[in-house]
Structure formats: structure tokens, C-alpha cells
Design a protein around this ligand. Structure first.
Ligand code: ARG
Ligand code: ZN
Ligand code: CA
Length: 254
């Protein structure tokens, strides 16, 4: 695709309590974060040390709430469903009306983004490209979604969705998903080899796997640091997402 890939999004709000029925303002705050993060226009990218600055990439992907539903009717790109389920897990129940959630819209035309109460401290999860259409998309807990309303520190800057959409566009965790070992890989050439995930607000540099002097790229959206620290994708990651959008997820682009 030439230039920027524009991706239509449908947000399925699945709520048990009224508080979980998040506002349109909270939803649009998340779409705004996605657009800044994927274009590297997020102001907090300035926290990245000079040593890592050359890696910062504009991923050239933008997101918008869908304006046409699967039947061709006008929509605000938001569905709202009252559920009797108090808390969901990573078992995809939120993705089906028959299990207390809301069915996906056609996954070849929309990024489905479910927002609900997740349990067990789970902030979100995503399906990688190539999986079943009925479960394709991203799930976020409402308290880790957007920047206003029920969004709660330290996951109140919308970075869970940025991270999960990274997975949805084929990015692996930056530490290579090998526990804390040095043998795993995220299949991206320009990310430093990293032991395990970083959490909280790490101090630069955090060296692992002989990756000194600059150490782990814990500023990367595909690490597990707090939202205030996750501020960039690398050029290699942007290229991997572009390959996904040129391939398996091509039909999404508008
Ligand atoms: N636990 C989630 C996952 O593995 C995402 C964590 C996002 N981190 C954050 N600081 N928002 O996909
Ligand atoms: Zn993840
Ligand atoms: Ca590792």
C-alpha cells in the first residue's frame, strides 16, 4: 500500500456494571493514542535516550471508528452490550454473543476491539494474523483503555491497546518470549536482544544478554513497562507490521 494504511475499527463495549459502559470520550481518547503512537507523534517519545533515537519509527498506520456497519448502514463504530458475566478471561468468551459477549464484525474489513472487565490482572490480549475470523482482534480491560473515564494508573495512557494492536499486526514481545533467556527472538533485527520483560518504570540502562552499553529497549510498546514508559516502535517493527498489512491483513486497509 502507498503511504499510510487507514484501518476501520469497531469497538465492542461489553459491560456488566454501568461504570464498565465506558464513554464515547474514553473510546475516542484511545483511538487518538493509537494514531499518535503509530505515527510517532506522541509527545512523550522525547523520553527516549539519544542512543536509541535513531530506531524510532513512524509505522504509517492510522485508525478510525467505522462509519459503515457490516450491513452497509451508518454507525458510530461502537456496539454496546449488557452482559451477566462479571469478568472475562483470555478464553474469547467476550467475542461471542452466545457466551455473554458480542460477535465479531467481519475481520477482513474491521479491526474488532472488545472492551470489558478482564480478570486476574490481565490488561489485554490479541490474536495474531492468520487465526479464525470469529475471534480475530484485540481485547482490552476498560481500566486499561484510553486516557479518561475508568482508565487507571499506571495503565491509563492507552498503551495496552497499542501493544495489543502490535501483536495483531504480527509483532512478538521484545524479549523473545523465552522467559528470561537470551536465546529467544522477536524476529526483528534492530531491537536489542533482551532477557525477560521489564515492568514498572525501569532505569536506563538496563543491561541483559550482553546488550550493553544501552541495554534493553524498555521504551518499546512490545515490552511490559508502565504506560508512561512505552513510547516507541522501531523501524524493524514498523517494517514487520507493514509486511503484515501488505499480506495477510491487506483487505483491512482503506
Ligand atoms: N499483558 C498484555 C499482553 O501481554 C499487555 C501489557 C501492556 N502493558 C502496558 N503497560 N500497558 O499482551
Ligand atoms: Zn503482549
Ligand atoms: Ca529473551
Amino acid at each position: 500500500f502507498p503511504g499510510v494504511a487507514y484501518i476501520p475499527v469497531v469497538v465492542h463495549v461489553v459491560y456488566n456494571t454501568d461504570a464498565q459502559n465506558i464513554s464515547e470520550a474514553q473510546i475516542t481518547s484511545q483511538i487518538d493514542v493509537l494514531n499518535r503512537d503509530f505515527r510517532a507523534t506522541n509527545p512523550d517519545v522525547s523520553i527516549v535516550p539519544p542512543a536509541f533515537a535513531p530506531l524510532i519509527a513512524d509505522s504509517r498506520v492510522e485508525f478510525f471508528l467505522a462509519s459503515t456497519d457490516p450491513s452497509g448502514n451508518p454507525t458510530n463504530g461502537i456496539t454496546r452490550t449488557k452482559t451477566s458475566v462479571a469478568s472475562f478471561g483470555s478464553d474469547d468468551k467476550v467475542k461471542r454473543a452466545s457466551t455473554g459477549g458480542h460477535d465479531a464484525w467481519p475481520a477482513d474489513k474491521y479491526l474488532n476491539l472488545w472492551v470489558c472487565q478482564l480478570g486476574g490482572g490481565l490488561l489485554g490480549y490479541a490474536q495474531f494474523p492468520g487465526g479464525p475470523a470469529v475471534t480475530d482482534g484485540v481485547v482490552c480491560t476498560h481500566s486499561g483503555f484510553g486516557t479518561v473515564g475508568t482508565a487507571a494508573a499506571p495503565f491509563h495512557l492507552g498503551r495496552t491497546a497499542t501493544h495489543e494492536v502490535g501483536h495483531y499486526l504480527n509483532l512478538f514481545h521484545i524479549w523473545g518470549d523465552d522467559g528470561s533467556g537470551c536465546g529467544g527472538t522477536d524476529e526483528v533485527a534492530d531491537t536489542p536482544n533482551q532477557g525477560g520483560p521489564n515492568t514498572g518504570v525501569p532505569t536506563f540502562p538496563h543491561v541483559s544478554c550482553s546488550n550493553g552499553p544501552n541495554g534493553d529497549l524498555f521504551y518499546d510498546y512490545m515490552d511490559y513497562s508502565d504506560d508512561a514508559v512505552l513510547v516507541m516502535f522501531t523501524r524493524g517493527q514498523a517494517a514487520r507490521m507493514e509486511a503484515c498489512l501488505d499480506g495477510v491483513r491487506r483487505s483491512l486497509i482503506q
